[in-house]
Design a protein around this ligand. Sequence first.
Ligand SMILES: *Cc1c(COP(=O)(O)O)cnc(C)c1O
Length: 354
Amino acid sequence: MLDTLTIRTQRTTASRLQQLDPERLEFGKTFSDHMFVVDYRDGEWQDAQIVPYGDMPVSPANSALHYGQSIFEGMKAYKNTDGDIALFRPYDNFRRFNASAERMCMPLIPEELFMQGLSQLIRVDNAWVPDAAGSALYIRPFMFATDGFLGVRPSESYRFVIITCPVGLYYNKPLRVRFEERYVRSAEGGAGYAKNAGNYGAAMYPTKLAQQEGYNQLIWTDASEHRYVEESGTMNAIFVVDGKVVTPALSTSILDGVTRRSVLDLARDWGMPVEERKVSAVELMEALAAGKLEEAFGVGTAATIAPIAVVGYQGQDYELPTPGTNSFSTRATTALHAIRTGQAPDTHNWMVAV
Ligand SMILES: *Cc1c(COP(=O)(O)O)cnc(C)c1O
């Protein structure tokens, strides 16, 4: 990527890199030395800069705090065996960020600003990108309203920020999930397809109830009938039924995941039939009873692929088969890891060098 954009960079005089313990990386707790910040004022983005990671003052009347104009993205950068750093499908995250911004009445980010901010920040903090197997730099771009005004209307000023944190191998403990038939994460026509902050706050209470019953997360179902699968926690849900890869079709209530899209691309590469359509709980439970539900898993940037081991349905727990080394989810996990670390050819041009 060319440095066509001038980003003022103020380097920290107190790097925390020495305190980093690559063996003990807890997701989302340790942040790299710097952050990218740009403000939207008077109808334009101005004063892009890279500054030391640190607190940001906000007005007590900050409209993001009161009315929730706040969106984010989640993506990763990987270091390959030669020490080169590359981003996984960053343009997909960029486009989705702007789709979220549009839904929340927030200004769009120009592609150059997003990509340059991202790549220059990662170059400044390149020593923070871990290289142990399964590790990566998790990247969190976000935008929030900054007007100090209690009137309910879109803010006129915003701040866009990118922070990053090194993350270790994500241990995918097989999940215990249950179908949610009372609460909803999102409804058609709502903002479930956007990564806006409020979606996550509203999902916490039903998730907490499920956790008190011993589950890790919920399988959200559709808002009108509670019949069809939407997502699994904050991941998309994919099933292998009778040799076919089956997943809920996208809608305004489902988030268009980059991992979902990548896993479906791999299935097509490997000649497996892929069906994006409505998937009902009843269909899955019948397939399970008939021995045809071969795999069920959640997909998302943080975990990549998280197999589901137990499903709760109408008060009863059902065990799913354990994925073997030749299962689709295991092969997809291995293939994605190999592409991301440069150990397999990147035939879809997913990787973008920093
Ligand atoms: C971010 C997210 C996903 C996964 O998207 P990826 O791009 O694969 O990380 C799925 N569902 C929800 C609700 C999400 O917020």
